[in-house]
Design a protein around this ligand. Structure first.
Ligand SMILES: Cc1cc2nc3c(=O)[nH]c(=O)nc-3n(C[C@H](O)[C@H](O)[C@H](O)COP(=O)(O)O)c2cc1C
Length: 179
């Protein structure tokens, strides 16, 4: 059955490795017949969560910026994939800020059931992604109806575009096709 797949790409740089990984995932997901939308956080205005918790009553954030539209799309998606560069062994700050701003979803009747992580880093050890995967898992654990469905890590890529021709792109395509 066709699923609504939302891919949120969080690198700020052009020709980003994690963004290229996201595109391969999208290719696989589309070829498998899913409806895929990609959002890049680059160029978006997304302020920090104020921690007011108003959203837990109103299901809306008091901050009027680009996060509101993204949260609406997150709510409606069946599958969400987050793409991030690894910064200091964690997800990028911009992705973490987005997840915090998605707090109105917590009391909402959200649709997503599967969450994926796609990450790129300079180092090549598989453990480079551990904290990032735990961070995403921690977020997913707060949503009882959703599960952390898997991740794809591509290490050994430092400069923008280094990932081109990397076999991990085929793996990302296969992961996308399996959603
Ligand atoms: C602020 C910052 C922190 C970084 N921290 C790490 C790190 O902890 N481990 C690592 O392997 N690479 C680290 N890198 C390198 C990036 O993960 C790497 O360049 C990656 O390809 C960036 O992905 P992007 O092209 O999608 O932005 C860091 C880069 C920046 C700018």
């Amino acid at each position: 059955m066709s699923k609504k797949v939302l891919v949120i790409s969080s690198s700020m740089r052009r020709n980003s490795n994690s963004d290229i990984l996201a595109d391969a995932f999208i290719e696989g997901a589309r070829q498998a017949g899913n409806a895929v939308e990609k959002i890049s956080l680059r160029g978006k205005t997304i302020g920090f969560c104020l921690g007011c918790l108003a959203c837990q009553k109103t299901k809306r954030c008091v901050i009027k910026d680009d996060a509101q539209e993204i949260v609406k799309k997150m709510k409606a998606a069946d599958v969400i994939a987050f793409a991030t560069p690894i910064y200091y062994y964690e997800m990028s700050g911009q992705l973490k800020t987005m997840l915090d701003r998605a707090n109105p979803l917590f009391p909402s009747d959200y649709c997503f059931r599967k969450v994926y992580l796609l990450a790129a880093a300079a180092e090549d050890e598989e453990t480079t992604i551990t904290n990032t995967a735990n961070g995403i898992k921690g977020w997913v654990d707060c949503f009882d109806k959703a599960t952390f469905a898997g991740y794809l890590f591509c290490g050994g890529v430092t400069e923008a575009g280094d990932i081109k021709g990397n076999p991990k792109l085929n793996e990302a395509e296969m992961l996308g096709a399996s959603v």
